[in-house]
Design a binder for this molecule. Structure first.
Ligand SMILES: [Zn+2]
Ligand SMILES: [Zn+2]
Ligand SMILES: [Zn+2]
Length: 159
């Protein structure tokens, strides 16, 4: 158990091979493909935008996984790197499937609608940050979320 956990820890921060199969993913990570995990992974992999644990509970209710199981498995998935956290300034923690598709988000501050934004121009910024930094010469990751008002809300509230 400990050995496989250490192996999983090494996977953390690693970009996963893209797969559409929850079974294949469990196999690659060396975790047991229980029925509730497969249901959860299927749901997570089909999500196009970040979600919180509650969304997944609602979406999979009627499945075999109870609320506590969903929350526990989501923490496990985060721990082993299947999920990454996305900070969209909500009360709850949002996650998304951690595959090799580096991107950023635009979040509507009125209705919470989230859109992926695929362009990343961070190289220059990172170079400047390193140049200015007293304590760092190695940047390994970054996140960047934009906040605005979506077109629907803009029309509704008339700004
Ligand atoms: Zn909106
Ligand atoms: Zn995203
Ligand atoms: Zn980026």
């Amino acid at each position: 158990m400990l050995r496989s956990y250490n192996k999983l820890q090494k996977n953390k921060n690693r970009v996963f091979v893209k797969t559409n199969s929850p079974e294949h993913l469990c196999d690659m990570l060396g975790i047991r493909p229980t029925r509730s995990r497969l249901i959860l992974l299927y749901e997570i992999m089909s999500r196009k935008t970040p979600f919180n644990s509650e969304d997944i509970v609602v979406a999979t209710s009627g499945g075999s996984a109870g609320r506590a199981t969903v929350f526990r498995n989501i923490l496990l998935f985060k721990e082993i790197g299947i999920l990454r956290e996305v900070d969209i300034r909500q009360d709850s923690i949002f996650y998304e499937y951690n595959v090799d598709n580096h991107h950023h988000h635009i979040v509507c501050t009125e209705c919470g609608h989230i859109e992926d934004f695929d362009v990343c121009d961070a190289d220059l910024l990172i170079k400047d940050a390193i140049k200015q930094s007293k304590y760092f010469q190695l940047i390994t990751d970054h996140s960047f979320e934009m906040f605005g008002i979506c077109k629907v809300c803009q029309n509704r509230i008339g700004v």
